[in-house]
Design a protein around this ligand. Structure first.
Ligand code: S3P
Length: 415
C-alpha cells in the first residue's frame, strides 16, 4: 500500500525510462542476429528482464550493466526449452512467432495474469504459415514444435503490434514471402528494427511484407517511453508544467498527443530528432483547462496503453466524454475498462464502463480515496496521478506493480 498526498503544484524536468516495446525488440532481435550489439537506455523493468532471461535461456549471451545491455547474437538457438515470460505478453507473443520459425521445441508460460491472456490470436495466424502450436484452450502455456514455415498472406482482424510482430518474426525464417495487414496501423517498431538489421522488408500502408532474411546485430539507443512519460505529461496539464526529455514520438505511438489536442492540453514538441531509426523529442506540457472529448476505434491503437490515463483526464475535464472502440482494454494485464471506471468512481468521479470504452462525466476535480491497482502497472500509475491531482489524496493498493514498466516511478514523482 502506498500513501499519496495531494499536490497543488507539479513542475519539473524528467528523464523517463527506456521504451518497453523498443527494449523487448532490441534484446530479442539482436539475440538472434549475426554479431554483437550494445543497447543503451534500455528499460530494466520486469517485462524487459523477462525477455532478456528467455533469450539467455535460449543460448544468447546478454550482459547487463545498469541500463546498458551487451547482446551477442546466436543464430542457432538451443533446441528444447521451457521459458518463463513472467507478466509479459509481449515476450510470450513475440517469442511464439520468432521460435516457430527457428526449429525450437519450447513451452512458454507466465504468471497468473499472463496465464489468462489470449494466445490464439498469435497461434492462429502463425498456423497459416505452418507453425505447430498448442495452447490451453487459447491461453498459456504455449507449446511450440519444430517445423519449416512457408510464407503466406495474413489479414488480421484486430490491430495488434504483438500479433503483427509475431507473424513478421516468423516470416523472417519462412520460405518465400510473408505478408501481414491490419485494419489500423499499430506500433511499427518491429518493422523499423528488422529493416535496420538488414531484413528484406517493405511497408505499404497497413501492409508489411517480409522475405526470408538473416539479421545483422545493430546498436540501439532506446528512446524514453511515451507510455511512461504520459503520467508526467498529465501532471503538467493538471498541476503546472513538465518537460519530459528524449521521448519516442513515433507517429504510431503518439495518440496521446491527438487526445491532448481534443482535450485542450497545451503542449509543444522541442528538439525533434531521429535516434536509432525512431523519432524523438522533448515534450513540454503546461497547465490547461480541459474539455470533454470523443474518441473512437480508429484512435485506439496509437494510444492503447494511455487510455486509462486519458479517461482520468476526462474526469478532470469540463463536460462529457465518450471513448468507444476500445474493447481490447478488457484483455490487458487487467480488465482496464472495469479497473479504470472503478478507479475514477472510487475517487468521487463519474465514469460508466461500456462494452467498448467509457462515458465520463467531467467534474473538473476528484476527491481522493483508495485505488485498487489489480496488480496492473498502468492502473497503479494512473491512480498515482489521480491522487496527486485530487483534493485529499489517498492510497494505492498493489502500487509495486509499477515495476513491470517503470521501476523508479514513485522516486521520479518524489512521493
Ligand atoms: C505492445 C503492443 C500493445 C501494447 C503493449 C505492447 C508491443 O499490445 O498494449 O503494451 O510492444 O507490441 P497489443 O499488440 O495487444 O495491442
Amino acid at each position: 500500500m502506498r500513501v499519496i498526498k495531494p499536490r497543488t503544484q507539479f513542475e519539473g524536468e524528467f528523464t523517463l525510462p527506456g521504451d518497453k516495446s523498443v527494449t523487448h525488440r532490441a534484446l530479442m532481435l539482436n539475440a538472434v542476429s549475426r554479431g554483437e550489439a550494445i543497447v543503451t537506455n534500455a528499460l530494466t523493468g520486469e517485462d524487459s528482464l523477462s525477455t532478456a532471461r528467455c533469450m539467455r535461456e535460449l543460448g544468447a549471451k546478454i550482459e547487463q550493466d545498469g541500463t546498458t545491455f551487451r547482446v551477442v547474437g546466436r543464430q542457432e538457438l538451443l533446441s528444447e526449452k521451457t521459458l518463463d515470460c513472467g507478466n509479459s505478453a509481449t515476450t510470450m507473443r513475440l517469442l511464439t512467432g520468432l521460435l516457430s520459425g527457428k526449429g525450437v521445441k519450447a513451452k512458454l508460460y507466465g504468471d497468473k495474469s499472463l496465464s489468462s491472456r489470449p494466445m490464439a490470436r498469435v497461434a492462429e495466424p502463425l498456423s497459416l504459415l505452418g507453425a505447430k502450436i498448442k495452447t490451453s484452450s487459447g491461453k498459456p502455456p504455449v507449446e511450440l514444435f519444430p517445423v519449416n514455415l512457408i510464407g503466406v498472406d495474413v489479414r488480421l482482424e484486430i490491430s495488434s503490434a504483438q500479433v503483427k510482430s509475431a507473424v513478421l518474426l516468423a516470416g523472417v525464417s519462412a520460405e518465400g514471402e510473408t505478408r501481414v495487414s491490419e485494419p489500423i496501423k499499430s506500433r511499427d517498431h518491429t518493422e523499423r528494427m528488422l529493416k535496420n538489421m538488414g531484413a528484406d522488408l517493405r511497408v505499404e500502408g497497413n501492409t508489411v511484407t517480409v522475405k526470408k532474411s538473416s539479421l545483422n546485430a545493430v546498436d540501439v539507443e532506446v528512446p524514453a517511453d511515451i507510455s511512461s512519460a504520459t503520467y508526467f505529461m498529465a501532471l503538467g496539464a493538471l498541476k503546472g508544467k513538465t518537460l519530459c526529455k528524449n521521448v519516442g514520438v513515433n507517429a504510431t505511438r503518439t495518440g496521446i498527443l491527438r487526445a491532448f489536442d481534443k482535450l485542450g492540453v497545451k503542449y509543444s514538441l522541442l528538439n525533434r530528432r531521429i535516434c536509432s531509426g525512431e523519432d524523438i523529442a522533448d515534450i513540454l506540457v503546461e497547465k490547461s483547462n480541459l474539455k470533454g472529448i470523443e474518441l473512437d476505434g480508429a484512435d485506439v491503437p496509437s494510444m492503447i496503453d494511455e487510455l486509462p490515463l486519458i479517461a482520468l483526464l476526462c474526469a478532470f475535464a469540463d463536460g462529457e466524454s465518450h471513448i468507444r472502440g476500445a474493447q481490447e482494454l478488457k484483455i490487458k494485464e487487467s480488465d482496464r475498462i472495469s479497473a479504470t471506471a472503478e478507479l475514477i468512481n472510487g475517487l468521487g468521479g463519474a465514469c460508466i464502463p461500456t462494452e467498448d470504452g467509457f462515458i465520463i462525466q467531467g467534474k473538473k476535480t476528484l476527491l481522493g480515496g483508495e485505488v485498487n491497482s489489480r496488480f496492473d502497472h498502468r492502473i497503479a500509475m494512473t491512480g498515482a496521478v489521480a491522487l496527486l491531482a485530487s483534493k485529499n489524496g489517498g492510497v494505492i493498493h498493489g502500487a509495486e506493480s509499477c515495476a513491470v514498466s517503470f521501476p523508479n516511478f514513485f522516486e521520479n514523482l518524489e512521493v
